[in-house]
Design a protein around this ligand. Structure first.
Ligand code: ADP
Ligand code: MG
Length: 310
């Protein structure tokens, strides 16, 4: 049995254009393996193709070509098993307004063929903090409550894999903390594989073991969170020379650039050098300094540098 919860090969999706709009190539041949038991982040700006990928996994969008295996089951050859292995909390708050939270969970359980005796509606309502709203109509629930109900709905058939599409976009801090702790518990206590999409770097950084970055329908990076953070080791010192320089100094292991108004930008790796070393090298190169500032990379910069060239 494969160690991967999800295996995606050369996945393509082109949305047909209508009424004069051209077709849109939303996924351009994506290969991706997602290991079992991980909390995996699919990160990318708006329009990158995250929801398209998630919705293909969920069986809500039909792929144009490529292969998808979910928990070892090929989506085309074993649609039922592959669907049963995954639960999806979608990005949109699409709930039937005339069902109560308990009713919503019961209907969903029925759709997935969960026998009445095995249903866990009350435990799920408890987990997402909606026990006291069990009999309220969905239309009377706040946005945050609807989101929690959608999480519960994704869990009724006890899937191996839980997929959350932008779970915390636009939610307040309290709800975000609650979703995060629920997600962690599902991962730790039940070994559930979690896949979440986000355009918040902070969220991916805090939650995820591994991260894939997608932009314009292509995967641009795929690494452990710690390795991606390792790329943040880059530092930049900004120097105003005391006098104009005849030429840029050449300094080993440092990238030297000029920024308008004569500022020198010196970029180095914090693992190799510190600012003191850089200043010492400048002094030896005969550069006298009038002023110094620093710049620090964060995941945002890595993200931008990875997505900018595409
Ligand atoms: P993300 O979730 O990363 O923001 P999406 O997967 O929603 O990105 O969208 C990827 C691209 O596909 C976008 O350019 C979007 O406008 C387009 N798109 C998404 N859904 C449809 C659709 N149903 N019909 C046509 N184009 C779509
Ligand atoms: Mg989306």
């Amino acid at each position: 049995m494969s160690q991967n919860a999800i295996e995606i090969r050369n996945l393509r999706k082109t949305y047909r254009g209508n009424k004069g709009t051209p077709p849109k190539e939303a996924l351009k041949g994506v290969d991706l393996d997602i290991p079992k038991g991980s909390i995996f982040g699919l990160l990318g700006p708006n329009g990158a193709g995250k929801s398209t990928m998630i919705n293909i996994l969920a069986g809500l969008v039909v792929k144009s070509s490529g292969a998808v295996r979910i928990w070892g089951f090929d989506q085309d050859q074993n649609p039922r098993q592959s669907r049963a292995a995954i639960g999806v909390m979608p990005q949109e708050l699409n709930l039937d307004p005339f069902f109560t939270p308990r009713g919503t969970l019961e209907v969903q359980a029925g759709l997935y063929g969960v026998p009445k005796a095995q249903r866990q509606s009350d435990a799920i309502l408890e987990m997402v903090g909606l026990s006291d709203k069990a009999e309220a109509y969905a239309r009377t629930l706040s946005g945050g409550m609807r989101r929690r109900l959608l999480l519960g709905k994704a869990l009724v058939h006890e899937p191996h894999i839980l997929v959350l599409d932008e779970p915390t976009a636009g939610v307040d801090i309290e709800l975000r903390q609650m979703l995060w702790s629920n997600i962690r518990r599902l991962n730790e206590e039940r070994g559930m594989t979690i896949i979440l999409t986000t355009h918040y770097l902070e969220e991916a950084e805090e939650m995820c073991d591994e991260i894939a970055i997608i932009n314009h329908g292509e995967l641009v990076a795929r690494d452990s969170t710690s390795n991606l953070l390792g790329r943040l080791d880059q530092r930049t010192l900004l120097i105003d020379p005391a006098a104009p320089l005849p030429a840029l100094p050449e300094l080993a292991g440092i990238t030297v650039e000029t920024r308008g108004d004569g500022t020198l930008a010196l970029t180095y790796h914090a693992k190799e050098k510190n600012a003191g070393d850089v200043l010492e090298m400048l002094r030896e190169a005969g550069v006298r300094i009038r002023d110094i500032r620093t710049e620090q990379a964060d995941l945002e910069d890595v993200f931008l540098s990875l997505t900018a060239s595409h």
